[in-house]
Design a protein around this ligand. Structure first.
Ligand SMILES: CC(C)(COP(=O)(O)OP(=O)(O)OC[C@H]1O[C@@H](n2cnc3c(N)ncnc32)[C@H](O)[C@@H]1OP(=O)(O)O)[C@@H](O)C(=O)NCCC(=O)NCCS
Length: 145
């Protein structure tokens, strides 16, 4: 398998995936939302590259000493190959390095892949938000950094 490398996400990276964001990656964030996230003051976005191509991205919101994971997305045709895990690992390492103490996130209760990704990394459920995603509930998860 080709090596997966992690980089800070730039607007040039965004331009590469903008057109196919919703079809190839994830249809719950529009390009406009992602762009506003990348440039926001307290957000940090990273990309995963394999063979020179962007195969995933992830972002966090800094609210020191807490960190919130905004999204982790793997390109649809690259899922199940360890890219999501690598992005999460990069977030966790960076959180530790920068002395964040807690990491939070929200995930759709029906999103089994994401839930197991987070549970395997040591996140625990700390709450629930009813009908947060339309009819679906959100699970709130947390982990000490
Ligand atoms: C969630 C998501 C990021 C996982 O990315 P991925 O690159 O496919 O994940 P990985 O290959 O690194 O696998 C990570 C873990 O996910 C779980 N997983 C992977 N494939 C799975 C499958 N087919 N069924 C169930 N769980 C699976 C496993 O727990 C796996 O860990 P393990 O290999 O130690 O068992 C990806 O499915 C995605 O982009 N989903 C759409 C966006 C999304 O919902 N993001 C989360 C928002 S909070």
């Amino acid at each position: 398998m080709q090596k997966i490398e992690i980089f800070k996400m730039t607007l040039q990276d965004f331009a590469q995936i903008e057109k196919n964001l919703m079809s190839d990656f994830d249809d719950f964030w529009t390009p406009a939302i992602l762009k506003s996230e990348i440039v926001a003051e307290n957000r940090r976005y990273i990309i995963a590259k394999q063979n020179g191509k962007i195969v995933g991205f992830a972002g966090v919101m800094h609210n020191f000493p807490a960190l919130e994971i905004m999204n982790i997305v793997t390109k649809k045709d690259c899922r199940g190959k360890g890219i999501g895990k690598k992005l999460l690992q990069a977030i966790l390492e960076n959180a530790e390095k920068n002395q964040f103490t807690e990491i939070f996130l929200e995930v759709n209760e029906k999103n089994k892949m994401a839930r197991s990704l987070y549970e395997n990394a040591g996140f625990c459920q700390i709450g629930e938000r009813k009908t947060y995603y339309g009819d679906d509930n959100a699970i709130l998860m947390a982990k000490k950094a």
